[in-house]
Design a protein around this ligand. Sequence first.
Ligand SMILES: *Cc1c(COP(=O)(O)O)cnc(C)c1O
Length: 396
Amino acid sequence: MKKDADQTQWKPATQLVRGGTARSNFGETSEALFLNSGFCYESAEVAESRFNGEAPGFVYSRYCNPTLLMLEERLALLEKAEKCCVVASGMAAVFASIMCDIKPGDHLIASRVLFGSCHYIITQILPRLGVKITLVDGRDLTAWEQAFRTNTTHVFIETPSNPTLELVDIAAVATLTKQHGTRFIVDNVFASPLLQHPLDLGADVVVYSTTKHIDGQGRTLGGAVLGSESFITETLLPFHRHTGPALSPFNAWVALKGLETLNLRMERHCVNALKVAQFLEQHPAIETVSYPGLPSHPQYAIAQKQMDQGGNLVAFRLKAGKRAAFDLLNKLEIIDISNNLGDAKSLVTHPASTTHSNIEESERNTLGITANLLRLSVGLEDADDLIHDLERGLKG
Ligand SMILES: *Cc1c(COP(=O)(O)O)cnc(C)c1O
């Protein structure tokens, strides 16, 4: 890499392909896969100075490794974050971002429609540790205003939410978190780093599952936490280094290569998803469609304000209930039944019986995760083929 380039000045497409690349003495073109757990030192003095932080350099792959560092630097550039820490999965990122400093007596507010495992951490693990929690309807600003207490230390949201594609107004919530001196963490998985920029809108910390759009081809698990230099270095890294949710260098390498095509893929994902959402919206068997790129989305104005495009996830409800939803899944020939998302392959899931089955039925219904709801991750196939697949599946 030309060492003097100011990579922060590059456009995202350039950052995605070249950001953070560090070549070894061999001058390899593609990012090297450093599949090593440990490092050697020229002398005992060097080892000592690396460990006490006086000399830069790697010490152990549980902390970091050259392939991991390339991914961290590329993601940080893209997010315009001071620093990034990559971890083994999206859930490891969510968990570490909250657990790194939360303590008994603290109060966390979260938007109530969340990925199933995020819901588990917030409603099952945190209360057990003496953390107070409040779940709010993320769409309701008055509910947000009323939820803050003197001991509120953390706010966690997901927008668009999994699986209903509800939105939270990031800038409006950021105004409140700043007033109350509360750390604001945004799970930005559904939008990807390209379509929404929570740090620009006032968030303090952004988390990703690289498993989704960043890998983009359903191969590896991974996650990332991004934020200020002081938060990552002083608060997150000690927790990360000593508890061990380290990302495999191989998975980091796959994610790096995934980033190179992320903008091309997201463009096609969004074009395809809009076409599919428009098709579903006019279909007589469909009760509701939720897609942030459609003017019919109840929070379309917020989508226009904070998202560049609608993304690749579409949620929809069938008029004829769970049976019709299952029949559709079973009849599809191209779209696979899978709870993964952000893949080149279109994937559809029935959240109530899979990803969100750990939430009680009455609560699921309050959250809109009804038995007739399906969540579709629109892939990179030809949109017409996907529409024909759905059309055939929806025939009685
Ligand atoms: C998938 C997902 C996660 C968890 O990521 P993993 O890599 O599966 O651990 C967290 N949040 C959201 C919104 C997700 O979709």
